[in-house]
Design a protein around this ligand. Structure first.
Ligand SMILES: Cc1ncc(COP(=O)(O)O)c(C=O)c1O
Length: 489
């Protein structure tokens, strides 16, 4: 037998709670007889799965109750039926009819949500997200705790330490954004720049373009240095542009995923310091795969060719890395860090803090205001951490775990592994007869797309779409005719 428990409430005062047998006729409970006021607010709970709505016989409460109870009962029954597909299909027409005629809601529950979630297991070779190790997935699946619980603060502190290690920095102003790489990008620009100030952006792919647009939107005076996708900027060109435009911020992408270029960094931090400009670097596509040392200007011993195998076959990096001091550095969780998308580490050094905490105007975004975020992350030295927003608890669990894996593996080993697989992939591409988009090994190894397509068509025989010859490949392109093309098997 199925039961429905009904709480009867009059003018927000609980009157009584009565359990009715479903499928049977019920009368008003005694408690209602003493009450003269309407309407009743009903709350219901179903004790067992039920596909049979209660039927009410009634007097004064009949209309209200019948409508609420039957409508609600039908909804609950539908939910229950999701777990019991054969039963549902038998009763679906009845339930739909009931829902439409009896429910107070006019928009029915979407049929797609009454089906189980489908998320296929798929190998991800695109620029990101990348496949997430089971250990990181399991961390993300742990029970939720409060975003202001002491344990959560502990986990956020661990994340901070993990980011400091990954960035090779001792900056105390190191946090993770609640959001994707774009959140970190906007946070950097919104906090470091005030409206009317000059910003210089190196554009050699889409990420420079994106930052230029973000800075324009918040009212900065944006100057672009433009090269064809995959082009390098020499230090001389950068210095000339900095001298000319006198920016407060210079932006450069380290791993320009749209072209496959990993830009050398040596000497640029010095130029920025000399001209009193902050140096902002995007490492969304390269952190963990290629060496980066936020704090110190040092050269890695040799050219350090790295190919990011987690990226797709069109985005193959080999990197020569020399890193000056960087004032603001950010990344994303979903690429070489192998965590789910949705969190984005970012760090600011003293110079950046000086600028952003001595502003005349408030940053345009409340959510991304570092005066609040620094407190939320316990970076401002204040004894209490206050509520600012509800952080993505599961995302932080997963990010912590991915940073733990990086700490256990060791940064140098992580770079070495990427270098090893890069060599493997490069040899494989060459064996296929593919040319690289940017030929110098020290900088880039994206295969040229026309060769790639022709080769694939040759290899696979039949085409499923304009660009992709088979179900076995996925081409994601940002440039020229492939911009925004994503073809999944
Ligand atoms: C170099 C680079 N910067 C920024 C982003 C933006 O990151 P998100 O998509 O996480 O917002 C990406 C994403 O592909 C990227 O490759």
């Amino acid at each position: 037998m199925i039961y429905v428990t009904v709480s009867y409430t009059c003018h927000y005062q609980p009157l009584c709670q009565v359990t009715h047998k479903c499928g049977q006729q019920v009368k008003d409970p005694v408690c209602l007889k003493s009450s003269t006021k309407h309407p009743f607010r009903l709350s219901l709970s179903v004790c067992q799965r039920d596909l049979t709505p209660c039927r009410f016989l009634g007097n004064r409460t009949q209309a209200v109750m019948q409508r609420a109870l039957i409508g609600r009962s039908a909804l609950l029954a539908q939910q229950a039926a999701v777990l019991d597909a054969p039963l549902f299909s038998r009763n679906a027409p009845v339930l739909q009819r009931l829902d439409r005629s009896m429910s107070s809601v006019t928009v029915p529950p979407p049929a797609c949500l009454l089906r189980p979630l489908e998320a296929p297991l798929r190998y991800l070779f695109g620029p990101g997200p990348s496949n997430v190790p089971p250990r990181v997935l399991a961390a993300g699946g742990r029970p939720i705790i409060g975003h202001l619980h002491p344990e959560m603060y502990g986990i956020m502190n661990d994340i901070k330490k993990g980011i400091q290690y990954a960035f090779q920095t001792e900056n105390k102003m190191t946090i993770s954004m609640s959001g994707s790489g774009h959140a970190a990008m906007e946070c950097a620009v919104f906090n470091a720049v005030e409206p009317g100030e000059s910003v210089l952006v190196a554009v050699n792919g889409i990420w420079g373009e994106r930052v230029a647009e973000i800075a324009e939107r918040m009212g900065a005076n944006v100057h672009k240095m433009v090269k064809a996708p995959g082009g390098y900027f020499t230090n001389k060109e950068i210095e000339q542009a900095v001298e000319k435009h006198k920016p407060v911020l210079f932006f450069l992408t380290h791993g320009e995923s749209s072209a496959g270029l990993c830009h050398p960094m040596d000497g640029i931090g010095d130029i920025c310091r000399k001209h009193n400009c902050l140096f902002l670097v995007d490492t969304v596509a390269s952190l963990g795969a290629a060496p980066i040392y936020m704090d110190k200007q040092s050269k890695t011993p040799d050219n350090f060719p790295v190919l990011l195998l987690y990226t797709n076959l069109c985005e193959v990096f080999s990197v020569s890395c020399c890193f000056p001091g960087i004032d603001i550095l950010y990344t994303g969780s979903q690429k070489a860090l192998n965590a789910p998308p949705g969190t984005a580490p970012i760090s600011f050094n003293e110079r950046a803090c000086q600028k952003m905490f001595n502003r005349k105007t408030k940053p345009v975004s409340y959510l991304f205001d570092m005066t609040h975020l620094s407190n939320y992350w316990g970076c401002d030295g204040k004894p209490a951490r206050a509520y600012h927003h509800t952080g993505p608890v599961s995302g932080f669990f997963a990010l912590r775990e991915s940073l733990a894996i990086l700490a256990e593996t060791g940064l140098e080993e992580s770079w070495r592994k990427h270098k090893e697989v890069s060599g493997y992939l490069q040899r494989g591409l060459e064996d296929l007869g593919l040319k690289l988009f940017i030929p110098e090994r020290v900088s880039i190894t994206s295969p040229q797309i026309n060769d790639f397509i022709e080769k694939k068509i040759e290899i696979q025989g039949q085409a499923n779409c304009k660009y992709c010859a088979s179900r076995d490949f996925h081409i994601a392109g940002f440039e020229t005719s492939l911009r925004n093309h994503h073809c999944y098997p």
